[in-house]
Design a protein around this ligand. Structure first.
Ligand code: BJW
Ligand code: ZN
Length: 260
């Protein structure tokens, strides 16, 4: 690990007026959650056109639901890793902080992050295809009150809306779909105000998410990428820290703690 560079990044964060962090699937890789691209990624084994588009859902909702129920089951014994905890720690140390995540797995909140915008929705949310009713539950299948166990992770049939009985769909954002308005406005506000940006564990090829990193650097923010390999955003940022998020981020958080 490049300790002087980590200390320099921590200093930039300490001196920044406002910080925003963009995360992607790589931040959850060390929790045992597969990424999307690359040889062990979801899209290495499955065609995203068959699983993550509104057209796929219209054609074959059972197959799409089976994929997302499997993804929910997979999350049952997955836990936040040191990268998630370090990001939550940076939030505690920096009053003006926004976390913008492309992840749907909910691990940031479970690690204690509070100011989180989920650009691509949430895996543990169902949304009605007709009336838009949403029901959100946690990774154990408990509802918002925490006391109504849902069978969904084991359920094999398609859930239907309790209000209008139309088919429910997973509350995630598929290709070609608009991103949630609230998350988009939170991101725009974060990008407008931040002078420092961390980009963690994303290939930076999915838009509009990647575009916000371009926007932030164009506005003059100091940007740092943390990734195990070079990405589409490596040339856009000021500093690249190559390595595992679960090792680099705790080092940054520890150095920051000494500085603020
Ligand atoms: C580690 C690590 C470790 C591993 N430590 N690092 C402009 C240009 C071109 C195309 C478009 C454009 N604007 C829009 C588009 C179209 C499209 C798009 O972006 N296409 C491109 C792919 C070409 N975008 C959309 O369709 C979006 N919607 C939209 O634009 O709507 C417009 C509209 C407006 C009004 C009306 C209607 C429409 C929606 C995009 C939705 C993306 N959805 C998914 C699935 C979510 C649900 C699910 O989970 O199933 O989101 S796709 C998938 O990709 C998922 C992710 O959030 C997203 C990003 O992936 P991510 O996180 O970067 O993962 P990977 O696997 O790619 O990378 C992992 C990284 O981690 C790698 O770099 C590793 O090296 C690294 N890593 N271990 C650190 N330990
Ligand atoms: Zn409904």
């Amino acid at each position: 690990m490049d300790v002087p560079l980590i200390i320099e990044v921590a200093r930039r964060i300490a001196e920044a007026k406002a910080v925003w962090v963009m995360t992607g699937a790589g931040v959850s890789a060390e929790s045992g959650v597969p990424t999307f691209r690359g040889k062990d990624g979801f899209w290495g084994e499955h065609r995203f056109e068959d699983l993550a588009t509104p057209q796929a859902f219209q054609r074959d909702p059972e197959t799409v639901w089976r994929f997302y129920l499997w993804r929910r089951r997979l999350m049952l014994d997955r836990k936040p890793n040191p990268a998630h905890y370090a990001i939550a720690e940076v939030e505690r140390l920096k009053p003006r902080f926004n976390l913008i995540t492309q992840n749907v797995d909910g691990l940031h909140r479970r690690a204690g992050s509070r100011n989180v915008a989920e650009l691509h929705g949430a895996l543990f949310t169902d949304r009605c295809t007709e009336c838009g009713l949403e029901s959100r539950f946690d990774e154990r299948g408990l509802d918002a009150e925490g006391d109504e166990p849902r069978k969904l992770p084991d359920c094999e049939s398609i859930p239907h809306c309790s209000r209008c009985s139309a088919m429910m769909r997973p509350g995630v954002v598929w290709f070609g779909e608009p991103l949630p308005m609230a998350a988009l406005s939170a991101t725009e506000r974060a990008v407008e105000s931040a002078d420092c940006c961390l980009v963690v564990g994303t290939s930076g090829v999915v838009y509009p998410a990647a575009g916000y990193v371009h926007q932030s650097t164009a506005r003059g923010a100091y940007a740092v990428e943390i990734n195990v390999e070079e990405t589409a955003l490596s040339a856009v940022v000021d500093t690249v820290l190559t390595g595992k998020a679960g090792e680099i981020l705790p080092a940054i958080a520890a150095a920051l703690k000494e500085l603020v």
